[in-house]
Design a binder for this molecule. Sequence first.
Ligand code: CMP
Length: 141
Amino acid sequence: MSGTLTLTIIKPDAVSKGYTGKIIDQIIGAGFQVKAMKMIHMNEREAGGFYDVHRERPFFKDLVAFMTSGPCVPMVLELPAGNAVESFRKLIGATNPANAEEGTIRKQFAESIERNAIHGSDSDENAIREGRYFFSDLEMF
Ligand code: CMP
């Protein structure tokens, strides 16, 4: 069975617009359990470290500026039935909200490919790495 855990971040655009509660409601409604959650305002080192794989991309600087522009809400999510990463990515929709399906979180709440409301891990391996990045004290990893 594929993994039961994934890591999400409700991003600064969605937090500042007051969408945090609505988004968490949809996540729980889809069967995910919130195992850890906090609100943080990342600095450049923290945001750059999280998106380290994108460091050489042309959008990296703007991405870090956006992710440090206000508080965000990282969460560890569990889907007990498994397949957490893929199921969550279906729930949030395509990275670019213009391509996201109706009813997905990004279709409802995202503005653009950068200000796209929410992050979801793209593999079980990254879910663990990203979970540890924000919640290093959690025993579940
Ligand atoms: P996320 O799923 O958090 O992972 C990497 C982020 O980089 C992605 O969401 C987008 O917000 C951002 N991103 C990816 N591609 C682009 C792009 N072409 N231009 C701007 N931002 C991008």
